[in-house]
Design a binder for this molecule. Sequence first.
Ligand code: ADP
Ligand code: GLC
Length: 494
Amino acid sequence: MKKEFREILREKNLTALPNVLLASAECAPLSKTGGLADVVGTLPKSLAKLGIDARVITPYHRVIKDKYADRVEHMFDFYCSLGWRQAYVGVEKLVLDGVTIYLIDNEQYFGDKIYRGGQAEGEQYAFFCRAVLDCIPNLDFTPQVLHCNDWHTAMLPMLAKTQYQGGMQAGLKFLLTIHNIAFQGKFGFDYVQDLLNVDSRYYTPEFMELNGCADFLKAGCVFADRINTVSPSYASEIKMPYYAEGLEGILNARSHELSGIINGIDKKVFNPHADKLLPATYDRGHLKGKAVCKAALQERMGLEQRPDMPLVAMVTRMTEQKGFDLVACILDDIMQHEDIQFMLLGSGDERFENFMRAAEYRYKGRLCAYIGYSEELSHLVYAASDFFLMPSRFEPCGLSQMISMRYGTVPVVRQTGGLADSVEPYNRYTGEGTGFGFLNFNAHELLFTTQEACRLYTESPVAWGNLAAQGMAKDFSWRASALEYRKLYRGLFT
Ligand code: ADP
Ligand code: GLC
């Protein structure tokens, strides 16, 4: 009888859907520097459709205050300990598009940039982790899963399990999603110990030490109950030293608890059929609007009005991750030998920004380098372009290639991580595929593949049209991935 009762309870536990709190440094549309924000802003909406109450906890950044202050409700406040200091924690609440978002307020840490860089950034997010754990018991919501994202929130499982014994925090289940292993939050141990009271016994290679530093992401990999990343291919890649940035040991040791779930995109935000940010809308089979967008972009950015010329685009953070060094190697080659236009929207490393500014000067009228961040312009670029370059050195998932396919813009990618999982390379014999791909991180491979794309565009418009249409027909919505997350959350309790 007793056994039966246990079985029933177990069954109940398995079928019950846990409440999930996603902790993240950024969340779209409130605060965004890249794809992490898109994921955290969109996934809860899809989980809600599958019966999961998923909410978000994120810093109350300056950019959010400036825009949403009058819609935010103050819930409560208190002081938390950060080493020997006492720091103010305001807990605010905002409901946006059906998703409840808790905002951690502290003017000193979040009154300026989302990421302050260097040590100051360590302090910002050490504070955030402490504030999150201290406020959870008093929220109007009881999570069973704390879903951490990247290094900024990766200390949560370790702190909960080693410093909150007896509290509800220690009973939570922790999922850590790695969006980018290149950023790990590495600081001197003394600094971390001072901020977060971490016991010296955790400063060893089995726990959080890596290359003489205290490593937040490593601590997350050790203490989280499960680890996942944002595409199946990247989940395999990060077990290899080339991609793992020193974490291959722990990730191989826990490979049975590591999985990959590809991201989706928000079909409502990125919808060429109803996009209010475009001068004209369009869909598969009715592409007149796309030509209007191309003309509008050319006019606005000072590019020659040439409907026939292929327009190549990039919308990106300008870093080595995104393969900018390859682009720098081949740019003159393509600009001089191919009849194309080039549109860049991005910001990042100064050397790449300056390189692109100089290129704009050399190829006036055919190349535009818009250095900056603009959500509104990005939609026009995705819609107006013919193909989209993404020659990444590594790419955990990548959303831009999916967005461009949705807008009928053919991606040219290096087949790595999520790019390999989402873009099917064109097969010139069967006509199958959704883009162009090359395998090695090599400038000539990028050059030849870009030239192949240019040739197809100019010489075989019908084949090109089919390729673009095949990309537009792909379903990159969140539903399938949200189902996988639901399985993963449930798996934490078995
Ligand atoms: P990552 O997160 O590594 O930067 P993703 O492809 O996952 O790369 O996501 C990038 C997101 O940020 C996309 O939504 C893209 O459109 C957006 N984005 C990147 N750079 C800019 C920019 N300069 N202006 C506007 N949007 C940008
Ligand atoms: C990171 C990765 C990117 C991924 C995004 C969202 O910024 O660089 O590939 O799409 O996170 O998961």
